[in-house]
Each structure stands twice: as C-alpha cells, then as structure tokens.
Write a protein that binds this ligand. Structure first.
Ligand code: ADP
Ligand code: MG
Length: 140
C-alpha cells in the first residue's frame, strides 16, 4: 500500500455547530494524519470553481450557497491508502445511508449539509490539495 494524501473539507454545517474537534477525533482515530489544516471563508467564485464538476447537477447552486454560508476547515490527510480510507471514514453522501461510526452518520444534517468533503480519486486529491495549499504549507 502506498502513502497517499487526500483533501478534506469540514463543511459550514459542522463549523456552525462547533464540532470540528469531534470530526478531527474520528479522523485521527482512523489512522489518518492531519498534515495541513486551515479555517477559511470560501468566496462564491472559489466554491463554484471547486465544485465545477457538478455544475450541471440540479443541486449545484444550492451547494455553492451552502459552502459559502460559513467558514470551512480545509485539510490534507495522509495515510496508506488515504483516498479510499477517508471515503470509508466519511460514510455515504446521504447520512441516512451512512454506516454507524462514520463521520456523516454521527454528524451530518442532510444529504447537502453532510459535514465533510473527501477527494474521490488520487488524481482529484492532487488537484484539490493544490487548489487550497502550497507545498510549504504541508508538513509530515
Ligand atoms: P460526495 O461528497 O459524497 O463525494 P458528491 O460528489 O456526489 O458526493 O456531491 C458533492 C456534494 O454535493 C455532496 O457532498 C453534498 O454536499 C451535495 N449533494 C450531493 N447530492 C446531493 C443532492 N441530491 N441534493 C443536495 N445536495 C447534494
Ligand atoms: Mg464527491
């Protein structure tokens, strides 16, 4: 197994409820290391660009408005097999379908306000990490 990095976002529903520490505890307990982290307010243009892949989906505009509705915490997570590992730790997109013990089962409010984002492939992880972080902001 290869050491990988993936991009995580703790979404505005979670920062609003002050549960970023609880989510980080689940992340760290799973063996993922938080090797970079910052709390930021996304602009509308940044949210649109980040989710451009979903531009044709009916929920795109609502998703962009949700993502700018409060601060987010963007993170780089590192572990063996980090991309798939974090998808497992996050749980299903719709929290109603998320396995017990996953972040979304424990923290998410709805299919939109589902507390966390995680990259869906190693290729997209590299693109998404570069969207938010420069090399010197990431440590081991
Ligand atoms: P995931 O975050 O699990 O990779 P997607 O990439 O399919 O899921 O969707 C990106 C985000 O868009 C989701 O995390 C969620 O916030 C929102 N979303 C997805 N599907 C819906 C939907 N049917 N209605 C509203 N929002 C949605
Ligand atoms: Mg996705």
């Amino acid at each position: 197994m290869a050491l990988e990095r993936t991009l995580s976002i703790i979404k505005p529903d979670a920062t609003r409820r002050n549960v970023t520490g609880g989510i980080n505890a689940v992340i760290e307990k799973s063996g993922l290391r938080i090797v970079a982290q910052k709390r930021i307010q996304l602009t509308e243009n940044q949210a649109k660009a980040f989710y451009a892949v979903h531009a044709e989906r009916p929920f795109y505009n609502d998703l962009v408005q949700f993502m700018v509705s409060g601060p987010v915490v963007v993170q780089v997570l590192e572990a063996d097999n980090a991309v798939l590992k974090y998808r497992d730790v996050m749980g299903a997109t719709n929290p109603a379908n998320a396995d017990a013990g996953t972040i979304r089962a424990e923290f998410a409010e709805s299919i939109e306000a589902n507390s966390v984002h995680g990259s869906d492939s190693l290729e997209n992880a590299a693109i998404e990490i570069a969207f938010f972080f420069s090399g010197c902001e990431i440590t081991g």
